[in-house]
Design a protein around this ligand. Structure first.
Ligand code: GLN
Length: 542
């Protein structure tokens, strides 16, 4: 029988509800429970696909091809699972489904209303994913009090009534600010937001207080008193250097045993619980030697826009026993300052859409070829590599038809099937696809197998019309779709590490199981670095 842990937020947004929730999940996973997650986004968009990364950060893609909120990425990384697309519920999805049912005549005679029709649909969507799990974490985006959250809070309240109080556990995550002038932490915002939550009929079972520094016991006692929860149910997660430390911090506060008791989970306490996680956190804490990787993109002002890439680089650095310094470099400039590129040990060109910033990416590819700098291209990154390679080999003004539909050398083009889809949302090759690797290539050496599965999110592909010419010029095609029609991975000859992939490997990287492409790329940056001497290199690569 599935039990639910529901996470709401108060006071301010962006306090790390997702990390808090994923950390609770990690703790429970170490009790050998099957843990799944649902993220509710109360906006009207059907999915995250058409959202600008500056609004909600990266669009995370599930194996079954749903474009979702980035929190699903945290869940996959913390829980080490692959979540289905139905794990992301939006207001748009709920209303679309209810209206479709209404048109279908399912509610014939009824006046269709928020209560019960919308709230029933929300509960149905949550229960739909519960079957496979012992515990489902349900994180409600936004903060309590938002107009958009109201129907969801009502549905979650009903869920507790229907399932029972020992099956549904509410966690409220708040922020406890420190007022320098007064020299103390302030609990009032937490009191207010808990009151707001209670006005919806939900009494939290646990309050997680986010703060910059550790809060005192008397502050916890005050929160327990005013918010009507036991002292043991007030948990403090103060800022730590790595998000992966949060499960350890919460475990120290006995979150696991509290939740176990309240949800009546009969589980054995194992003293080695979280040991692997602890070791992984230690390996990520390495301070030296440092390699510098430049991520060349146009959303560099918000790191969340490339969060899975950044995490994958950190995981791979841990595996290589080095620290990676990730520098986000804006490609939307007339020309990237060469001094910036000179400082790098590796270049990564992430996925992206639209022509803005392409110039900087092509420059970076050129620089990497000229200077033998390791370079990793992902999706639009691969497109940039192919375009620049073609231009260097006599195909003047080669480009992608994404940016110009009147080209002499459209080396990147849209496949016929894709051309028929006119709507913006959902018109892409999305989700996991098989890819065959060609023996004796860098890709095959890295994966050490001939068949892999990776996640996609794009409309454009390498144009088969130019394949032969590009191969003649020295491009290596090292990965293909099963029918060998689509190019999935490219490399070039005589370069220490030059690889572009049409898919997004970053979505499959885990802190305790770094992605092989990223591991190999970071290894190449270690070999390239002029600041790491051979002695050091030998020690870390032993
Ligand atoms: N804009 C390109 C396409 O649609 C690349 C997409 C991406 O990088 N994810 O094919």
């Amino acid at each position: 029988m599935t039990k639910y842990i529901i996470i709401t937020g108060g006071v301010v947004s962006s306090i790390g509800k997702g990390i808090t929730s994923a950390s609770i999940g990690r703790i429970l996973r170490d009790y050998d429970l099957k843990v799944g997650a649902v993220k509710i986004d109360p906006y009207l968009n059907w999915d995250s696909g058409t959202l600008n990364p500056y609004q909600h950060g990266e669009v995370f893609v599930t194996y079954d091809g749903m474009e979702t909120d980035l929190d699903l990425g945290h869940y996959e990384r913390f829980l080490d699972v692959e979540l289905p697309g139905i794990s992301n519920i939006t207001t748009g999805k709920v209303y679309k489904s209810v209206i479709e049912k209404e048109r279908n005549g399912d509610f014939l005679g009824d006046c269709v209303q928020i209560i019960p029709h919308i709230t029933d649909e929300v509960k149905r969507m949550i229960r739909k994913i519960s079957g496979n799990y012992d515990i489902v974490l349900v994180e409600l985006g936004g903060t309590v009090g938002d107009i958009e959250s109201q129907p969801f809070l009502e549905a979650l309240r009903q869920l507790r009534n229907e399932e029972g109080h020992d099956k549904v556990f509410f966690v409220h995550v708040t922020y406890v600010p420190y007022l320098k002038a007064a020299g103390e932490f302030k609990t009032k915002p937490t009191q207010h937001s808990t009151k707001e939550l209670r006005s919806t009929g939900i009494n939290p079972d646990m309050i997680v207080c986010r703060s910059e520094k550790k809060i005192d016991e008397n502050i916890k006692a005050k929160i327990a008193h005013f918010c009507d929860v036991p002292f043991d149910a007030v948990i403090n997660t103060y800022d730590v250097s790595s998000i992966y430390e949060v499960p350890l911090l919460m475990d120290k506060e006995n979150v696991g045993s509290y939740v176990r008791t309240k949800l009546k989970l009969n589980l054995d306490e194992d003293s080695s619980r979280l040991d692997n996680w602890r070791n992984m956190v230690e390996s990520l804490k390495k301070e030296d030697p440092i390699v510098k990787v430049g991520v060349i993109g146009k959303y560099t002002k918000l790191e969340d826009a490339y969060i899975s890439i950044k995490e994958a680089l950190l995981h791979a650095a841990g595996e290589n026993k080095v620290k990676v310094e990730v520098k986000f470099i804006n490609s939307d400039v007339n020309s990237i300052d060469k001094k910036i590129l000179d400082e790098l040990d590796g270049i990564l060109i992430p996925g992206g859409f639209g022509e803005r910033g392409l110039g900087g990416k092509l420059e970076a590819v050129d620089y990497a070829i000229e200077n033998n700098v390791p370079i990793f291209g992902i999706c639009l990154g691969l497109h940039s590599m192919v375009i620049q390679f073609a231009r260097r080999n006599g195909m003047k003004d080669a480009n992608s038809s994404e940016f110009d539909d009147n080209l002499k050398y459209p080396v990147i083009d849209m496949m016929e099937e894709q051309k028929k889809v006119k709507k913006m949302g959902g018109s892409m090759r999305l989700g996991s696809y098989d890819c065959k690797l060609v023996k004796n290539t860098l890709a095959h050496d890295i994966y050490k197998q001939s068949l892999i599965k990776e996640r996609h999110r794009h409309r454009f592909e390498v144009n088969n019309e130019f394949k032969e010419q590009l191969i003649k010029d020295g491009l290596i095609l090292s990965g293909f779709s099963l029918d060998e029609f689509l190019v999935e991975i490219i490399e070039i000859k005589d370069h220490p590490w030059f690889l572009g992939c049409q898919f997004h490997p970053e979505f499959k990287s885990r802190p305790s199981n770094a992605h092989p492409l990223f591991v190999s790329f970071i290894k190449a940056t270690v070999n390239y670095s002029h600041e790491i001497d051979n002695n050091q290199r030998n020690i870390i690569q032993k």
